[in-house]
Design a binder for this molecule. Structure first.
Ligand SMILES: C[S@@+](CC[C@H](N)C(=O)[O-])C[C@H]1O[C@@H](n2cnc3c(N)ncnc32)[C@H](O)[C@@H]1O
Length: 201
């Protein structure tokens, strides 16, 4: 668990924004420190994408993982203009870009990423394929809110099962289910196929 003293200042500001704005959807532990850890592993010239900025909690954890690095880009997409503006007004490193727009519309235009946190309706509950398309070979996808036991609404339960099945069945991915927090699934995109050549010929 992350104690209060271990929560980075930028994350605390994003949490304070959520309180001020009455925003209920911030990412829950252990997603934040996990995002920071995975961001730190993104290679030089790499790219990170978050779908659904909210008040910037996930963005802040990702930036925490990158620290002073200037060789990785961090982009986040938020459909709500006022949320995007509130996040943009904070003090971010120059490698952070907050896009305003619908994730499914923007996804095909943004290129490929080494790490994607899919945390919006679009690109997760719908349009998941577009998100997987946007993963670079070897890229990591993080999806939360996958713990079925948290939901009673039959439609929401069906949506969780659909996302889980889509990820597990996608031949481009290797996935792990991590029963922590709101329920995590992490997927790695396999390298793109090359023409097959036997090692022994
Ligand atoms: C669960 S919250 C994101 C929380 C944030 N990632 C965090 O770590 O605290 C989901 C966010 O997705 C945004 N959203 C919903 N539909 C969207 C869409 N079609 N495109 C982009 N963002 C969307 C919502 O406005 C909301 O801010």
């Amino acid at each position: 668990m992350t104690g209060d003293t271990e929560v980075p200042a930028r994350v605390r500001r994003a949490l304070a924004r959520a309180s001020e704005l009455g925003f209920p959807g911030v990412c829950e532990e252990p997603v934040g420190p996990l995002l920071a850890t995975l961001a730190a592993a993104v290679p030089p010239e790499g790219r990170i994408l978050e779908l659904g900025t909210g008040t910037g909690v996930g963005t802040a954890w990702l930036a925490e993982g990158l620290g002073q690095r200037g060789d990785v880009r961090l982009e986040t997409v938020e459909v709500d203009e006022s949320l995007a503006a509130a996040v943009r007004a904070d003090d971010w490193p120059p490698y952070v870009t907050v896009h305003t727009g619908d994730a499914e519309t923007l996804l095909p235009t943004l290129g490929r990423f080494d790490l994607i946190f899919a945390d919006a309706v679009a690109g997760k509950w719908t349009g998941l394929d577009l998100t997987i398309d946007a993963l670079a070979p070897g890229g990591l996808l993080v999806v939360d809110d996958m713990e079925l036991g948290r939901y009673t609404d039959p439609q929401h339960r069906a949506a969780v099962l659909r996302v889980e099945r889509s990820l597990a069945d996608d031949p481009r991915l290797v996935v792990a289910r991590i029963p922590a927090g709101t329920g995590l699934i992490i997927g790695t995109r396999r390298p793109d196929r090359r023409p097959s050549r036997s090692r022994y010929s």
